[in-house]
Ligand binder design. Structure first.
Ligand code: ADP
Length: 549
């Protein structure tokens, strides 16, 4: 028992001594002491540490690199705390161990080589160390052989390159990314440049193309700003007018328009500027030699993506020759219809004579022939009358006296007439009142009969026709409704033109396209209006309106 207690006391004493020794070593390492008193067999001795070393001890202990000293056998004689931390071993366990035990197998040969050569020459070399978890740690070894009191040793300063390597790796990645981005940008740039070049080329071609076309076409062209000011003309304009660029600026074009056409031209021009709708007018422009020639003017707006007008593009086509041709045609029609009228009248007279001559003695077949010839002559007379009317309209000679006309009576009369001619059709009347207008009974009958004739002509399957008369405000409206082939919007806008006929091979009937034109002119003369509402395949409603007397 006594023996045990004694041993315990000794162990405790030794532990205290060990702790004290460790504290002392730490104090020496950290430079807290320069001398120590050691108790040995000869009593207390004073050991002084060389003062010059103190700075280096502190310096080595605190530096961020690992520091190791090894002997010729590669055994660690000394290492600083940083090395112990790098290798993740307690400081006291590192001292006395071979340095090679902290190096992975792959680096063993390199370590041996570094160590061997460093005894004779200082050397710096990168090498891999093992950290506490066995993971590779890139380090730089700086080796110097040093002479100590106890003999030669190799001092190695170890710099941890992990952070540097990681930074280098990241830098490398970033560099690669940068390179990739640069090359992508370069490619993009190249393709952008190519596209721009191509577009510029296309644009130049298209501009030159446009310029060439614009200056070589026979039409005069110009562009207007949204407020109407002219900002360009083509070469043809300058050639025709004999003016130069400066002289045709702003609104100078007005000086070139024939005074008689100016009002209509200006009205339509300002109307289009206001509404943005196409400008179209026929007028006469003065040529450089003072001669006026008829032109068809058209101008359309060019709009941006927001629908705002950027500028107007206008053209003027010389229609002088067409106008002359039309005049000659009109003249010919006038003369021909006049010439035809005289023999036709005598033909009709002779036929009537034959018809009246011993009628009862004529064989029935001859009577039939005379009746048929009479129908044909009436048709021919109708055509010639229409042609004469067209000529009169053109010459401004469609004149007649106005008197009170009963529209109600007119409708009854025309329907009775139609029922007599078109026996297979049903005519329904809807007369909502007794209406009187100021007009020419014969001409109004001509209009209504023309509308009824057309209703029959253009509705071969559904044989119902409705004729209505009703008052709208202070106007009386007469409508003729059929359920026939109908008309498209485009056709509706043109049917009142002279000689216009719808080109429909399937429903083609005889006619010259004069009826509606004449009707339109007659109604115009009555201060009325004529119009149509229609849907292809469903039928049409033609109507005219006249002021109530
Ligand atoms: P046309 O002698 O050709 O009938 P019009 O001037 O009377 O001449 O009519 C002009 C054109 O209008 C006709 O050719 C025809 O195509 C069209 N049209 C007139 N009335 C009708 C209608 N009721 N239904 C369909 N189309 C019509």
């Amino acid at each position: 028992m006594e023996q045990n207690d004694k041993l315990s006391d000794e162990i405790l004493e030794l532990r205290l001594q060990l702790e004290e020794a460790q504290d002392t070593i730490n104090a020496i390492r950290t430079g807290q002491v320069d001398a120590l008193v050691v108790k040995d067999t000869e009593g207390h001795q004073l050991y002084t540490l060389k003062t010059a070393d103190q700075t280096y001890r502190v310096f080595i202990e605190r530096m961020s690199e690992g520091a190791v000293t090894i002997n010729r056998d590669g055994i660690i004689l000394y290492c600083n705390t940083r090395f112990a931390t790098m290798a993740d071993v307690p400081l006291e366990k590192a001292i006395g161990k071979p340095l090679s035990s902290f190096v992975p197998d792959v680096s063993q040969d390199l370590l041996a080589h570094i160590v061997n050569s460093s005894w004779s020459n200082d050397c710096r070399q990168e090498i891999i160390l093992k950290d506490g978890e066995g993971k590779d740690m890139h380090c730089l070894f700086s080796c110097n052989a040093i002479e100590l009191d106890s003999g030669t040793a190799l001092s190695i300063i170890i710099t941890d390159l992990s952070v540097l390597k990681e930074t280098e790796r990241q830098l490398q990645v970033k560099n690669e990314q940068l390179e990739e981005a640069r090359s992508t940008t370069e490619k993009l740039n190249d393709s952008l440049e190519a596209t721009v070049k191509e577009r510029t080329h296309d644009l130049t071609i298209s501009r030159e193309h446009f310029k060439l076309l614009n200056n070589n076409i026979v039409q005069m062209t110009w562009t207007n700003l949204p407020d109407g000011r002219v900002n360009s003309h083509n070469q043809r304009w300058y050639d025709y007018t004999g003016l130069d660029f400066g002289a045709t600026q702003e609104f100078d074009w007005k000086k070139l328009v024939h005074p008689d056409d100016m009002q209509l031209t200006a009205e339509k021009f300002y109307q289009s500027l206001k509404t943005g709708e196409m400008f179209e007018v026929e007028n006469r422009y003065r040529r450089h030699d003072g001669v006026y020639r008829w032109h068809l003017n058209r101008s359309r707006p060019l709009r941006n993506d927001d629908g705002e007008i950027i500028f107007w593009v206008g053209t003027a086509t010389d229609i002088e020759d067409q106008k002359r041709e039309i005049d000659r045609k009109d003249e010919f029609i006038g003369i021909a219809s006049h010439e035809l009228k005289t023999p036709l009248t005598s033909l009709k007279g002779y036929l009537q004579l034959i018809d009246g001559y011993k009628k009862e003695e004529l064989p029935p077949v001859i009577k039939q022939y005379i009746a048929k010839a009479g129908i044909s002559i009436n048709k021919l007379q109708g055509l010639i009358n229409d042609l004469l009317d067209v000529s009169k309209i053109k010459a401004g000679k469609l004149e007649y006296n106005l008197e009170n006309v009963s529209v109600t009576y007119l409708v009854h009369q025309c329907v009775e007439n139609a029922e007599h001619i078109y026996a297979s059709y049903t005519f329904e009347k809807e007369i909502l009142g007794d209406f009187t207008v100021k007009g020419n009974a014969e001409r109004l009958e001509q209009v209504l009969m023309n509308l009824i004739n057309n209703a029959v002509k253009y509705s071969q399957t559904n044989k119902n026709v409705v004729i209505k008369a009703a008052q709208h405000d202070n106007r009386v409206r007469v409508s003729v409704i059929d359920y026939g082939i109908g008309l498209s919007k485009d056709q509706q806008s043109r049917i009142f033109e002279r000689f216009y006929r719808v080109e429909d091979k399937k429903n083609m009937t005889s006619g010259l396209g004069m009826g509606l034109y004449i009707s339109h002119e007659i109604i115009k003369k009555h201060n009325g209006s004529i119009g149509v509402e229609s849907e292809p395949g469903k039928g049409s409603t033609f109507y005219f309106e006249l002021p109530v007397a």
